[in-house]
Design a protein around this ligand. Sequence first.
Ligand code: SAH
Ligand code: SF4
Length: 394
Amino acid sequence: MAISGHVDPVPLPRAPLARSDGRADVVGLSKAELRAALEAAGMEPRQAKLRAKQIWHWVYNRGVTEFRLMTDIAKAQHSWLEERFVVGRPEVVTAQVSTDGTRKWLLRSPDGNDYEMVFIPDADRGTLCVSSQVGCTLNCRFCHTGTMRLVRNLEAGEIVGQVLLARDALGEWPSSPDGRLLTNIVMMGMGEPLYNFDNVKGAMAVVMDGDGLALSKRRITLSTSGVVPMMARAGEEIGVNLAVSLHAVRKEVRDEIVPLNRKYGIEELLEACAAYPGANNARRITFEYVMLRDKNDSDADARELVRLIRHYRLPAKVNLIPFNPWPGAPYECSSPERVKRFSDIIFEGGISAPVRTPRGRDIMAACGQLKSAAEKKSRAELDRLAAEKQEALG
Ligand code: SAH
Ligand code: SF4
């Protein structure tokens, strides 16, 4: 059966993007990769090993972006490094703060692609929602990101760069594990992380490394729309918490709202969840369920969800997400009463089902609203052209 939209991974070589000035960004490289890059540039091997370790410390523990501030590296080497390397940050196009404290950044890559990042402060934690791709190929019908035409995988350095930039903005250098504002990371921004596996894996390795950003894997969650063949590898090789965008319990409905379901169906997906390495009662799988009026929100749907979770013996919790509308969206959000009733049925089934409070709505930072300004502009441009055409036709 033909599937609307592209469903295959975006092929992208792992090699770092060439910057216009020819220098290479050290952010996102593992210590071994950095050492190899230094050697390739002509540094003597033993020296390269030591320098890689030192640079890592300055970059990930101190937030330093200039080689000349790395005081334990010989002065003579500062300019050698500066000529060949940079400690990069994504370019910030706009930074907004919501009335509820949520922050959103529109970022731009050196090749002119825009992507977004959101920081959500709570009383006991601060969660950074990072993007894994510019746009998304999966075209879920309720998701704004899925309507972007342009798609590119983000480099490992661009994913780690988001976290470093957030630390900069929050004034969290030098990093200390106590009293941090940024405590958690969710791969729930733009894009499907399991379609950018190598870069996401590389980035998370740097984020979790004790010499890197030293965030525990328990504080990181990867959200997938259900790329079944990559799920076991995600558990084994990345090892973070798993969230699955289920959103529907009946084939016809999930086929419509998450077109990837036509390739990997609900049963297959839940089997992959049951086999997810590391899932247990202490580390549950989160099922995300966006509440769409008269589409997936009936009592029968809630009961079927409970039945499925029990049938597959899944250590699971359910996160009910009120649908966040965007201009032209084909759905509406379920009523608060309906959401409450849906949640109650799942709770009565013995499964936790909190309703997620939408955050940053005033700055379009809420779940699934992410879409770059460049794209919005081009749509506005298209509308203007359409209006002109209408006018010309009289
Ligand atoms: N591609 C991955 C991760 C990014 S989407 C995935 O689909 O899981 C992060 C979450 O936001 C997903 O659960 C997604 O379904 C949800 N989401 C997308 N659009 C939304 C909208 N308009 N309102 C509420 N949640 C939305
Ligand atoms: Fe992509 Fe996730 Fe949006 Fe679906 S919900 S289009 S997988 S970003």
